[in-house]
Write a protein that binds this ligand. Structure first.
Ligand SMILES: Oc1ccccc1-c1ccno1
Length: 229
């Protein structure tokens, strides 16, 4: 059963990259199907409007609930997970990507402006799994880029998508801490040599060096990922 993904957005063109590279191959292989839907196709006024002023005042505009209700109703099943990217959401992570990779149907609601009327989340929450997710502590112009990131992180974990599942084993955020640094040919580049141990053929020494480098890198860049932190 392929993973089905429906993306609802006012900027369908944002998702053209999903036809390329690994994401494109995943669709061609039948492991994943991805459909992009223009929210404005679900409006009923001649201006195809999708937003209005916020109740309670404040700057900006809020996306009105009805087009979202029409769009989600057009694709939702009782197997669906509705994902709403938002700075106010729980933090997306590799474990969350792994959960999504094993889902049946994901619906991504890409909001813009000041967000989507909260009643959309409230309406679907009693009916299906609804997840408000953030990809980090910064503000984007909308949920489209966050959705692209979450789709790529999740789809690459769908069994069969990655040619070599081995490459999943040692990557950052799978193991405690971040990945060791990588090197390839040439052995010397602009006066900089590849660490000697990597050319030695001593696999135990290489494994030890890589573990040390991962710890050094994690301590420097992501001390929050150190065991016991
Ligand atoms: O900043 C945003 C605006 C709209 C939808 C999502 C986001 C966001 C920021 C970080 N993760 O998601």
């Amino acid at each position: 059963m392929p993973l089905r993904i429906d993306v609802i957005t006012i900027f369908p063109d944002y998702f053209a990259p999903l036809q390329l590279s690994l994401m494109g191959k995943a669709q061609q292989s039948g492991l994943v199907t991805i459909a992009i839907h223009d929210l404005r196709e679900f409006t009923s006024d001649r201006h195809r409007s999708v937003d209005d002023t916020p109740y309670g005042g404040g700057a900006g505009m809020v996306m009105t609930p009805e087009p979202w209700g029409q769009a989600i109703d057009a694709v939702v099943t009782d197997q669906s997970t509705l994902i709403v990217p938002t700075p106010a959401g729980k933090l997306f992570s590799q474990p969350v990507a792994a959960e999504l990779a094993h889902s049946t149907h994901l619906i991504f609601a890409c909001g813009r402006y000041e967000g989507i009327d909260q009643r959309v989340v409230e309406y679907y929450r009693p009916r299906i799994d609804v997840r408000e997710l953030s990809i980090g502590d910064y503000v984007l112009a909308g949920g489209d880029v966050a959705t692209l990131a979450m789709i790529e992180a999740s789809v690459r974990l769908v069994p069969g998508v990655l040619g070599n599942p081995e490459s999943l084993v040692e990557e950052s955020h799978q193991l405690p801490g971040v990945e060791y640094p990588s090197y390839t040919k040439p052995p010397t580049w602009r006066g900089l040599d590849v660490p000697e141990v990597l050319l030695s053929g001593h696999h135990d020494q290489i494994a030890r060096w890589r573990a040390e480098q991962s710890t050094i890198r994690t301590t420097h860049n992501r001390p929050d990922l150190l065991p016991g932190s």
